[in-house]
Design a protein around this ligand. Structure first.
Ligand code: GUN
Length: 291
């Protein structure tokens, strides 16, 4: 049987509709409009695309959107001042500093200067610690989106073997914590893992988040497993004509889809869920700030 395609685009639209409904209630019942501030330092083209998309979707669900675009040479002190002002702005409930930052800026220092309760990325060390100890926290958006799709597909994840490929702070590590929180048996694999194919073959759930195009072939996948592909890689596509490119994930889609029970496509899988979860986190932060 061909794999079920997990439609992240449709799922994200449902999440956004729920967020919009919640925003309307907050406005009508309490006169509160959730506000999200995005800070972009420099001109990284991919980051500019993400930030534009975040701003557009924030407005579409009825929230206030603020963008701070700072030039690539911005000093750490100036960036920290922008964040401090947002921390103290009662109309801002969520703050996101787009990563990566230019090299002269200390990413950890900058992230940890965001008020933890406004850290809608869930990257602040307090939120990392809260998540790791199973306490209420802000949860990183991409892993949260993956978890929502997995719960929707499986119902309970309890007792399932999950392999997360990739150990980044943004995806791999928080993904593993979330799966553990749902009582999976979790393995985090990475570039030094021995016999990665064997490790992946044991998994009922595979989350690929390494940033290496089509790295996971179908013959690593246990028949019927669920494959969540976090990768977004741009490859040349000479078959589409001169200079054309295509997006591919970290798994080889055709061969994995032939074996898996369910799989997320790229594009249209995990990607759209990330921003939807960011909007949901902003509403959560707003509700917590207002009791
Ligand atoms: N850059 C790539 N992904 C992310 C993300 O989820 N949050 C932030 N702040 N920057 C990113």
């Amino acid at each position: 049987m061909p794999a079920k395609i997990i439609d992240g685009k449709a799922f994200a639209a449902t999440v956004r509709a729920q967020v919009a409904e919640h925003v309307t209630k907050l406005k009508d019942a309490h006169g509160i409009t959730p506000g999200l501030a995005v800070v972009l330092v420099g001109e990284d083209p991919a980051s500019q695309v993400y930030v534009r998309s975040k701003g557009k979707q924030t407005v579409e669900v009825g929230m206030k959107s603020v963008e701070h675009k700072l030039d690539a040479e911005t000093s750490e002190a100036d960036l920290l001042k922008v964040i401090d002002d947002l921390n103290n702005d009662p109309e801002i409930h969520g703050i996101l500093v787009q990563l990566p930052l230019p090299k002269h800026l200390d990413e950890d220092l900058v992230i940890n200067s965001i008020a933890p309760e406004k850290d809608v990325d869930g990257f602040h060390i307090s939120n990392v610690g809260l998540l790791g100890t199973g306490q209420k926290s802000m949860v990183p958006c991409t892993p949260l989106g993956c978890l929502m799709m997995l719960r929707d597909h499986h119902g309970s994840l309890s007792g399932l073997d999950a392999v997360v490929i990739g150990r980044s702070n943004i995806v791999g590590k928080p993904m593993a914590q979330l799966l553990l929180g749902d009582s999976c048996t979790v393995t985090i694999a990475h570039s030094r893992t021995k016999d990665l194919a064997d490790v992946v073959r044991r998994a009922d759930i595979v989350v690929a988040a390494v940033g290496r195009p089509e790295m996971v072939p179908g013959d690593w996948i246990k028949p019927g497993a669920t494959v969540i592909d976090v990768g977004i890689n741009r490859l040349d596509a000479p078959e589409k004509g001169d200079g054309k490119t295509k997006l591919v994930g970290d798994v080889h889609y055709e061969s994995c889809a032939a074996v898996a029970g369910a799989i997320t496509p790229v594009p249209g899988g995990v990607g759209p869920m990330t921003i939807a979860c960011l909007l949901a986190n902003t509403v959560t932060a707003c509700c917590r700030a207002n009791g």
